[in-house]
Design a protein around this ligand. Structure first.
Ligand code: HEM
Ligand code: HEM
Length: 233
């Protein structure tokens, strides 16, 4: 059993993970606002979508190379861990986890997958008036209508449902389980037993993250221009 004197502030969410989260929120908000207003703003809708894709690529790489608690191996639950966690919650007991809890981890993955599907379907979407994604000219027309339908009806609603669940869970933990998840996601640290491994978050690792993101942005640029082989962004 750890005594209180053994508690100290430990870096859990490194700066790149926190910046990723803020930028993702801004870009997703931008996507829903621009699609709602439409018209000339659809140009920005595309750009926000490319931004989201670069962030999702970044997070996948950061899940392999990032700080300890941002790595997938340190929060991907086994089925047994997931069931045990759900059982605990159902019986009213709750043990806070250092990184994402097993349910939160699954929702992170679900969000990354749906965001990625939403961007790829967007690349092939066509409103048949004035906005067509950059891949519409080279994929078969039934792909275009399937992707447009997915983009407008399935992907965007799945994302809204996941986001609703996401925010509701954060509020649930705060008000029903007295666990504040938001402050660590903004400031980085949690008060934990002093032998808890900390996430690396040095100037070097932050610069490395920036380099990784720039590489991801370049990969998105190439993907978007795949059809036109390179230079008309
Ligand atoms: C467009 C809206 C949002 C998206 C797409 C989003 C997405 C995500 C993702 C992908 C993560 C995982 C972070 C990582 O490991 O890299 C995360 C974590 C988190 N988000 Fe959001 N988020 C959104 C809005 C919000 C809002 C409005 C709040 C505030 C209530 C919030 C609070 C949190 C918290 C507290 C965590 C950490 C959860 C934990 O400790 O397990 N998010 N979010
Ligand atoms: C996570 C990323 C994205 C989200 C959440 C998103 C969300 C949306 C939403 C909610 C709509 C409106 C649907 C409606 O009018 O009922 C829409 C429309 C559209 N989006 Fe996206 N989008 C994303 C990425 C993209 C990308 C990357 C592109 C193209 C490169 C794109 C192209 C389009 C087009 C062409 C439409 C109009 C479809 C139509 O009205 O028939 N989207 N998007």
């Amino acid at each position: 059993m750890t005594s209180n004197t053994d508690l100290r502030s430990i870096r859990v969410w490194d700066l790149p993970t926190r910046v990723f989260h803020v930028l993702l929120i801004a870009a997703v908000a931008g996507l829903f606002i621009t699609s709602e207003i439409g018209g000339d703003l659809m140009k920005f809708h595309f750009w926000f979508g490319y931004g989201v894709l670069s962030l999702v690529f970044f997070r996948v790489i950061w899940g392999l190379l990032g700080g300890h608690w941002s790595r997938f191996v340190n929060f991907l639950p086994t089925p047994a861990q997931l069931l045990a966690y759900i059982n605990n919650i159902r019986h009213g007991s709750h043990t806070p986890t250092v990184g994402h809890n097993p349910m939160g981890a699954l929702s992170v993955f679900a969000m990354l997958v749906v965001l990625m599907l939403q961007v790829f379907s967007g690349l092939m979407s066509d409103d048949e008036i004035s906005n067509a994604g950059p891949w519409t000219s080279w994929v078969a027309s039934d792909w275009v209508s399937w992707a447009t339908n997915f983009h407008k009806e399935i992907g965007s609603n799945a994302l809204i449902a996941l986001l609703f669940l996401h925010v509701a869970s954060v509020l649930y933990y705060k008000y029903f389980k007295s666990e504040d998840l938001l402050t660590p996601m903004l400031k980085g640290d949690k008060v934990l037993p002093s032998d808890t491994p900390a996430s690396r978050d040095s100037t070097t690792s932050r610069l490395f993250a920036l380099g990784v993101w720039l590489g991801c942005a370049y990969a998105v640029f190439r993907l978007v221009n795949w059809a036109s082989s390179g230079l008309d962004l």
